[in-house]
Design a protein around this ligand. Structure first.
Ligand SMILES: [Zn+2]
Length: 196
């Protein structure tokens, strides 16, 4: 393999923004810029926050989004592939994303992948509801407002019954138990059924 030849495509793109996204993790909103960078953890796709709550933000903290592999180095569509992957997989503390600009993917294409993600999540939630799990019915009866997650059809969230609903707890309809998301506390279906 001729490394020099294969690696030239990304050398031109180092340190240059190829994607800008708005992130929202209720109630916080921020903007991140995405670029190829030889960072502390190696050559990869990194991002950093450049705007926070509508005001310019200087942040030296880099988020490593993808470490490049040998295969990535010879993939001329790496940046487009990353955009598609990220549109479909960004979540958790990274929040909801929306497109601002890109030099490698169109708004339409990026939004298509976000819609795909939403469609898949809606399907998972529908599947979870169809299972009509007894532990979920008990949580409804007790007023803990269970809601299907988008991770898999056995994972629900509900108000935490260990901490007076101050945050959420995880409900696993396969293990038939509820678990506080932030501290200690596990309760099984049988115990829940006896509660009033
Ligand atoms: Zn809790």
């Amino acid at each position: 393999m001729n490394n020099t030849q294969n690696n030239t495509w990304f050398k031109d793109k180092l340190n240059t923004e190829f994607l800008q996204l708005k992130h929202e993790f209720n109630p916080i909103e921020w903007v991140e810029t995405y670029f190829l960078f030889e960072g502390p953890e190696g050559l990869g796709i990194y991002s950093k926050c450049i705007e926070l709550e509508g005001a310019p933000h200087k942040d030296d903290k880099l988020n490593l989004r993808k470490l490049l592999t040998e295969d990535d180095l010879v993939n001329p569509n790496l940046l487009q592939d990353f955009c598609a992957y990220w549109a479909e997989n960004c979540g958790g503390f990274n929040g909801q994303i929306s497109f601002i600009s890109s030099t490698v993917i169109s708004r339409e294409a990026f939004e298509f992948f976000i819609e795909e993600k939403k469609r898949k999540e809606a399907q998972i939630r529908l599947e979870a509801q169809r299972k009509n799990a007894p532990i979920v019915q008990e949580l409804v009866r007790l007023g803990y407002s269970p809601s299907p997650s988008s991770f898999n059809s056995d994972a629900w969230t509900a108000s935490c019954l260990f901490h007076k609903g101050r945050h959420m707890m995880w409900v696993d309809t396969k293990k038939n138990e509820c678990r506080c998301a932030y501290g200690s506390g596990v309760i099984g279906y049988e115990e829940l059924k006896d509660k009033s």
